[in-house]
Design a protein around this ligand. Structure first.
Ligand SMILES: C[S@@+](CC[C@H](N)C(=O)[O-])C[C@H]1O[C@@H](n2cnc3c(N)ncnc32)[C@H](O)[C@@H]1O
Length: 464
């Protein structure tokens, strides 16, 4: 993915492992012979056990380069990249020298959540970076170490593209790096099957600078060896919408995704314009442990979890489930409950076996009689100012959110199985009349995917 390189390339490989990425870079320079005369590689690796293999790979690179007439030198740093570079970058404060600048960086950084008080987070904070995963921490530092025009090719999970927690990272990334190319692995298993990593991954090529390109090539493949790669050029504004405050990086891929996007782009209503709000379930169960009850009893109200979803409606109580079915209704718990009414619920987390990312279900007060109800934190719920929704509108919303078109649209930019309230808030929706017409057409909620799709498609077309 690298573009033209200078005659002497200062290359950074952070989290180098056995050095395969540097070896690939060297190999390309040797084969292409496109003017690179010297490569100065800097490698960071924390794992002492892999350093011999890394040194061995670097010696092979030396030989390979010697044969191709390229001067190759390398320096292996057996150090923590985050700690060392954060300190150096914050050098003005500490009087330590500024780090080197690099013309190119290649990275497959480690992936791990880093908690707010971890050593990594504290180090990153020294340079003004606040991020919750090691890989985004690595990329944020690498970006700072590039010269203007310096290039970065990285392979990472795609969670940074739309996770709400990655918003500051996206802002930092997109304000300092020009995104030139993205490759997405469509299958969650293929790329890292051996490590049982269930992440969808992307490879990106970015250049240090402040002018995003007009167009961007997005390619995709399954990740299986030898599989076809399909590539399409998209306007950059389709990938990162110019006025999107979340700076989501939308990744379109197949034709059906493009079609779904076209349909969704034709919708003009927002949740706010429909007078509807979506919130995350307010009952955080471990904080209210003492108030939870396995079975309903006097003084309790229903507590709903994703396990209560059943064919479009809520099945409650579910006594065989491991989750509690009820919560005490008292002064302490009342702020976390909502008054009974028609609510639309969606799961925040779906398992990869589920055929849709977005799974919606209706809470119907005619089926579960109660004055108050608790929605647990693994759910999102749609409401009107803290109260229930009008029934046909809720049923229309049920059909729309469970439709294939929304699912495909959603998959374009969501690489993981989590559906946050922010994601639902930023979707476009049909207008109220269309949603109500869909609602009236749904004679039952427990219908096949085909029937849902037919209803939704019919009304989306009718409104054109
Ligand atoms: C996902 S592996 C990639 C290895 C290699 N680049 C590759 O693609 O085959 C990430 C590597 O980063 C190393 N690593 C983890 N934390 C590190 C840190 N704080 N500083 C330097 N290296 C680190 C790990 O030991 C591991 O070898």
């Amino acid at each position: 993915m690298f573009g033209p390189l200078p005659r002497t390339v200062r290359l950074l490989d952070a989290g180098a492992g056995a050095g395969s990425l540097t070896a690939a870079f060297v190999s390309r320079c040797c084969e292409k012979g496109d003017g690179v005369r010297a490569i100065e590689a800097t490698l960071y690796e924390l794992d002492g056990e892999i350093l011999d293999a890394l040194a061995e790979t670097m010696r092979e690179c030396e030989h390979r380069c010697a044969d191709a007439g390229i001067r190759f030198t390398f320096a292996i740093h057996s150090a923590d990249f985050i700690q060392e570079m954060s300190l150096r970058l914050a050098g003005d404060l500490f009087g330590t020298p500024q780090p080197h600048s690099f013309d190119a960086a290649i990275a497959n950084p480690p992936y791990r959540k880093i908690s707010t008080d971890s050593a990594e987070r504290r180090a990153l904070r020294l340079i003004g970076v606040e991020t919750s995963n090691l890989y985004t921490g690595f990329i944020a530092i690498i970006q700072r170490l590039l010269v203007p025009g310096g290039q970065l090719v990285g392979i990472t999970p795609r969670s940074f593209c739309n996770g709400p927690y990655f918003r500051p990272f996206r802002e930092d990334f997109l304000s300092q790096l020009e995104l030139r190319r993205l490759h997405v692995f469509e299958s969650r298993q293929a790329a890292f099957r051996d490590d049982s990593v269930l992440q969808e991954n992307v490879i990106f090529h970015a250049v240090k600078g402040r002018n995003q390109p007009n167009e961007l090539t997005i390619s995709s493949s399954s990740g299986e060896h030898g599989d076809d790669i399909t590539a399409t050029v998209f306007p950059f504004a389709d990938i990162v919408h110019p006025r999107d405050p979340e700076k989501f990086i939308h990744i379109p891929s197949t034709a059906s995704h493009a079609k779904a996007k076209e349909t969704m782009d034709g919708l003009r209503s927002s949740l706010a314009s429909l007078g509807i709000t979506v919130s995350t379930g307010r009952v955080v169960d471990f904080r209210l442990k003492n108030a939870l009850r396995k079975e309903p009893e006097s003084g309790t109200v229903p507590l709903l979890y994703p396990c209560h979803f059943n064919g479009g409606t809520v099945h409650w109580p579910k006594l065989e489930a491991r989750k509690p079915n009820a919560i005490l209704d008292n002064d302490e718990t009342r702020p976390w409950l909502v008054p009974s009414g028609v609510y639309l619920l969606t799961k925040r987390f779906t398992s990869k076996e589920e055929h849709r990312r977005l799974v919606a279900c209706l809470f119907d007060p005619d089926q579960v009689k109660t004055k108050w109800v608790g929605f647990e934190n693994h759910l999102n719920y749609f409401h009107t100012c803290g109260h229930g929704l009008e029934r046909t509108l809720a049923v229309g919303l049920y059909a729309f959110l469970n439709s294939t078109v929304v699912d495909q649209y959603f998959r374009r930019f969501s690489g993981h199985t989590q559906v946050n309230a922010t994601d639902l808030r930023t979707l476009t929706y049909p207008d109220r009349d269309t949603l109500q017409a869909m609602g009236r057409d749904m004679k039952s909620l427990d219908v096949s995917q085909d029937e849902i799709d037919q209803t939704v498609t019919k009304h989306l077309h009718a409104r054109r």
